[in-house]
Design a protein around this ligand. Sequence first.
Ligand code: NAP
Length: 299
Amino acid sequence: MSEIYDLIILGGGPAGLTASIYASRAGLNYLLIEKAYPGGQTASATVIDNYPGLPGISGTELAEKFSGHARSMGMKQINEEVLGLDLGEDIKIVHTFSGEYKTRNLLICTGASPRKLGIPGETEFLGKGVSYCAACDGAFFRNRDVVVIGGGDTALTDVICLAAICRTVTIVHRREAFRGSPSLQNKLRTFTNIRCLMCAQPVSINGNGHVESLRIQTSDNTITIPADGVFIAAGIQPNSGLVRGKLDTAPGGWILTDRQMRTSISGVYAAGDVRDTPLRQVLTAAADAAVAVEAILST
Ligand code: NAP
């Protein structure tokens, strides 16, 4: 009979890596399955200013610290894409390209991905001027003119990162006020090459083989802003497709849990950005995972 794990952790972001640290410490027979590289969204954050004890650390460095810590504790990890899940009463089965893995407990830490705007040109120009990651792609736009779409912490962080590299950065936001933190808004004001276009909704991204402009709808007309790059920072959506229709979710697909991170199916837990939670940060993702593993240990 094939091995049955105590715990399988899906996802190697801050939640998954924290779960791994706690599972190693508890001596659980566990496996972490990650499809790409460890760190999740954190790995592509320019700067993380609110993780206690590590002010101003880059996302890449924080992700590497999490991953290194988990490895030093003996993390058992494989790199595979999960294709499907059977969430049986006692045993859960994780299907991948190479086969199947059985476990008594499953912890879903699959995080979230950038939300798409769904406007013409967004998909067509992806990698040809359209990006969802300023920290990854900003350097390609040195001394160029770029636009950032969104008004949250990610958009403001992206604008600040890009303003140091690009000739001009125009932030396009659909409301009168940003929802991003006041400290980031204050930092924005220290740059002379940042322009804010408020109450403006993106309509289309245009170009010829590469982005050349963004068309936006303002309160009184439609205008075109010339741009070499368009960075989209319009929030995130949960990576919960694997459990769609299987677990209870909130509108938008965020997985519902109780205080112990238990989902609607016994033995299935969720932690971090993928769950329905009022705050999605590295700190809260890590804390969720700690709570989940402790809950697993106490059942
Ligand atoms: P967010 O807070 O949800 O902000 C998304 C922004 O995109 C909002 O301003 C929203 O406009 C806008 N938007 C959404 N859909 C749009 C559309 N179709 N067209 C135009 N604009 C659209 O997302 P986020 O900035 O990625 O942040 C996500 C979470 O991560 C937050 O909890 C944030 O605090 C956290 N975070 C923290 C840090 C940090 O602490 N350093 C850095 C990055 C992110 P409305 O305002 O009108 O809704």
